[in-house]
Design a protein around this ligand. Structure first.
Ligand code: NAP
Length: 259
């Protein structure tokens, strides 16, 4: 399917690997000129080179911590304006609800809520002026169904979801569609790290931890970053113009709910 976005300009945050990279690859394949970001210079540079070579795309890497004001300023200076924004950042650490301090909450809210808000505030006005834009925020299944050990994530991402619910309706009339994608468990480094956490807490091997987590998913497998990216690219397409303020859960059916 031609997504109709060839030649658009896009930013994908936290994209040297995992879900962000999956999104960057799918957008590059659709012909979008990209700025991609993550903190480690060598990794983001290599990823940009690989994606550019694979799809013949223009891909500019920017090494920066997207959760800081300085990091965002560096990325935005390289980017200029954008038609497409995919927000993403590393997830907060797991833990016990009794242990988190105010600072822990502020850090999580900064990274997984206010960073996305700041990027939308920086880029969506230009999209509205030009009459076209797409934003996809990578959030988490924890917005629909809390993951108890990820209370910091549950909290911050639910805040972002509430913000998007209202804001997306305020900008849709100018041709800008803002939506969220909620990943369930995907086979990325983040999943490996959470498997490690389960393995440590339950005294089982990481392989057993993965098997147990896979058994909670009706598909019986973890999701793949390239499938995730394809869904993201569709939400950034011309054809997605009537999809506004939605939360697309990609979890292999793990959430047992009718709606
Ligand atoms: P991942 O495989 O660990 O990749 C994370 C990417 O983000 C890397 O490119 C990393 O590169 C970059 N990054 C991390 N912190 C950053 C920062 N502050 N500034 C810029 N780049 C940063 O993670 P993932 O699985 O793709 O997860 C992406 C997001 O989805 C996370 O928020 C995660 O919590 C959420 N999520 C994932 C799953 C899952 O099963 N995979 C499920 C639900 C939610 P550097 O380290 O070099 O910066």
């Amino acid at each position: 399917m031609d997504l109709g976005i060839k030649g658009k300009r896009g930013l994908v945050c936290a994209a040297s690997k995992g879900l962000g990279r999956g999104c960057a690859e799918a957008l590059a394949e659709a012909g979008v000129d990209l700025v991609i970001n993550s903190r480690t210079d060598a990794d983001i540079t290599r990823t940009a080179e690989e994606i550019a070579a694979k799809y013949g795309a223009n891909v500019t890497p920017v090494a920066a911590d997207i959760t800081t004001e300085e990091g965002r300023a560096k990325v935005l200076a390289e980017l200029g304006e954008a038609d497409i924004l995919v927000t993403n950042a590393g997830g907060p650490p797991p833990g016990m609800w009794t242990d988190w301090s105010r600072d822990d909450f502020i850090k999580a809210i900064d990274a997984n809520m206010l960073t996305a808000v700041a990027l939308m505030q920086a880029l969506v006005p230009g999209m509205m002026d030009r009459g076209w834009g797409r934003v996809v925020n990578i959030t988490s299944q924890s917005v629909r169904s809390p993951v108890s050990v990820l209370g910091l994530s549950n909290t911050a991402r639910t805040g972002l979801t509430g913000f998007v619910a209202g804001m997306s309706r305020q900008v849709a009339g100018k041709g800008v569609c803002v939506n969220n994608i909620l990943p369930g468990i995907h086979a990325t480094d983040r999943a490996v790290s959470l498997d490690g956490n389960v393995s440590k807490n339950e005294g089982i091997t990481p392989e057993e931890a993965r098997k147990r987590r896979e058994a909670t998913i009706p598909t019986g497998t973890y999701g793949q970053a390239d499938d995730f990216g394809a869904a993201c690219a569709f939400l950034c397409s011309q054809q997605a113009r009537f999809i506004v303020g939605q939360n697309l859960l990609l979890d292999g059916g793990a959430l047992n709910a009718t709606l």
